[in-house]
Design a binder for this molecule. Structure first.
Ligand code: URP
Ligand code: ZN
Length: 463
């Protein structure tokens, strides 16, 4: 099966060139100025940009969180992702039962995703306690297809500093990646309790109880722990504040090359005034970390330009608004944490970043596709348009504009955090391994088309 994409502008790190792209058996086989193949199907790109398939390495499909379950499963979540121009996801596993072995959740996640996902997918492992057996099992999984694990510094299954240090030392041996949700649990829980005791229970107190320094302090602490473990690959998920960026910049200036930073679309585009919306609308934005200030958004954009932020994900973790209200209306501390966003990410990042000239087209490719692939062990199969790579790509029409409205989106939440938000740049086509899965907004793929990605140990620079 051969396909030629003609009349497009191929974008990769080296620049943008008008070229034809030949695809054979799901892989890119040639890029050239005029490729002729007798028996190939021809797709006319009509002058659109041809971008490497965007990858979202921070989703929570089918996540069990206390009494509730995130409302997008692997089918609906990956379908929404595909319609928004994402071609691969790496999902963070939820915590399992107390004291369960590391492999417990892997088995559970295969049950949830296999045969359901429409996009290629991988899983980050999760750590919820640490002992010799957990570390051994983690090392074995890192060497066999799950090279990244997540530890939390908050929530019930948070790891204390000594356990994080042990995990870092263990990860360092294998070359895997430790991803961490960095927030200072004790201070946050002190502030939450204080606000509730004072009767300050509205959504805005979700943000006030998690001030910027609670993230930055945890980030700084992690960087010191990482130095003590001789700098394993450390990946800081959903960084949201200027203060955290200052800690990371300092670490980089001290020579730490492999402290990687992810932010998410909501921290680049939305601010904490959303928590003041009437009719409990503010609860839609209850997520951790919370939305911040315009100054933080600006600092994050700058940090992308500077190369300090490597990845933009979503932390897609939607709950129904009715449940947010049911649990959170009287007390923000009971509101389920998380929101939708997997379908809006690519267009938001392109429009707010490239079209508004905050970042270059090459930066867009780096943070949406190349870096997630490199850091998470998917490169060069994914994240690039080179011969030999999977033919995962999107066509982006820079002349088209749109407005996000819930009725055009495909997730189950029933609302978008970006309702009414205008964007420039529409996705004309989404291709996964040579197959067109979305065309002009219409999903053409099938449940189960996605393949599990056994990932490699990433080849990354160490300090
Ligand atoms: O509020 C959020 N982000 N919920 C999902 C779980 C997490 O913290 O990543
Ligand atoms: Zn998350």
């Amino acid at each position: 099966m051969k396909t030629i994409i003609r009349n497009g502008v191929v974008v990769d790190l080296e620049g943008s060139v008008r070229a034809d792209l030949l695809i054979e058996d799901g892989k890119i086989s040639a890029i050239g100025s005029h490729i002729e193949e007798m028996d190939a199907e021809v797709i006319d790109a009509g002058g659109k940009l041809i971008l490497p398939g965007p990858i979202d390495v921070h989703t929570h499909f089918d996540l069990q969180a206390g009494p509730l379950r995130a409302v997008d499963d692997f089918y609906q979540g990956t379908l929404a992702a595909a319609c928004g121009g994402t071609t691969t996801i790496v999902d963070h596993m939820a915590f399992g039962p107390k004291d369960c072995p590391v492999g417990h959740q892997l088995k559970e996640y295969h049950r949830l995703a296999d045969g359901n996902a429409v996009l290629d997918y991988g899983f980050h492992g999760v750590l919820q306690h640490v002992d010799k057996k957990v570390l051994e099992d983690m090392e074995n999984l890192i060497l066999s297809g799950i090279p990244s694990f997540k530890a939390y510094m908050t929530y019930d299954f948070r790891l204390p500093d000594d356990e994080i240090l042990r995990v870092m030392q263990s990860v360092k041996k294998t070359g895997g990646v430790l991803t961490v949700h960095a927030e200072n649990h004790q201070v946050i829980y002190h502030l939450r309790k204080k606000y509730v005791e004072e009767g300050k229970t509205g959504a805005i107190y979700h943000a006030k109880s998690r001030p910027a320094h609670t993230e930055a302090e945890a980030v700084g602490r992690l960087i010191h722990l990482s130095a003590m473990a001789d700098y394993p690959n450390l990946y800081l998920v959903h960084i949201s504040t200027k203060e955290s960026l200052m800690e990371i910049r300092k670490a980089r200036q001290n020579g730490a090359k492999n402290v990687y930073v992810e932010t998410c679309t909501q921290y680049l585009t939305l601010t904490e005034d959303k928590y003041l919306l009437p009719e409990h609308e503010g609860l839609k934005y209850v997520m951790s970390p919370p939305l911040r200030t315009q100054e933080d958004c600006d600092a994050l954009w700058e940090a992308i330009g500077e190369g300090l932020v490597s990845v933009v994900g979503t932390d897609h973790c939607p709950f129904f608004f009715e449940d947010k209200v049911k649990y959170g209306a009287d007390d923000f501390t009971h509101c389920p944490n998380g929101g939708p966003g997997v379908e809006e990410r690519v267009r938001l990042l392109f429009s707010e970043g490239v079209m508004k000239k905050r970042i270059t087209l090459q930066k867009f490719v780096e943070v949406s596709s190349l870096n997630p692939a490199r850091i998470m062990g998917l490169y060069p199969k994914k994240g690039t348009l080179r011969p030999g790579s999977d033919a995962d790509l999107i066509l982006m029409d820079t002349k088209k504009t749109g407005v996000f409205h819930q009725e055009h989106l495909h997730g189950n939440a029933g609302y978008s955090l970006y309702e009414g938000y205008a964007y420039t740049g529409e996705i004309g086509l989404v291709m996964q391994r040579g197959k067109v899965i979305v065309k002009e907004g219409k999903f053409l793929g099938n449940r189960g088309d996605g393949e599990f990605m056994s990932r490699d140990i990433p080849e990354l620079e160490s300090k």
